[in-house]
Write a protein that binds this ligand. Structure first.
Ligand code: ZN
Length: 75
């Protein structure tokens, strides 16, 4: 059985694995669909209600942050 001659230093291992970390982060960013809200233009995740204006496909589904109670639409 092959045995490594020297212990692999932690800094060396970590340096090597930075490439995997970058790839993972890039993949997460690519897979997370962040789109612009059609109502207010704020970045939001696709297929979810906008956290800024609370609208989804032109319909008010969430209560706005600063809006009064009367603007809430019953689903
Ligand atoms: Zn919005």
């Amino acid at each position: 059985m092959a045995v490594p001659k020297k212990k692999t230093a932690r800094s060396y291992s970590k340096t090597r694995y930075t490439h995997y970390e970058m790839e993972t982060q890039k993949r997460i960013l690519d897979e997370t669909n962040v789109v612009k809200c059609t109502e207010c233009g704020a970045p939001k995740r696709s297929h979810t209600a906008c956290s800024e204006c609370g609208k989804y496909r032109g319909r008010q589904v969430l209560q706005e942050k600063k809006a009064p109670e009367t603007t809430r639409v019953q689903a």
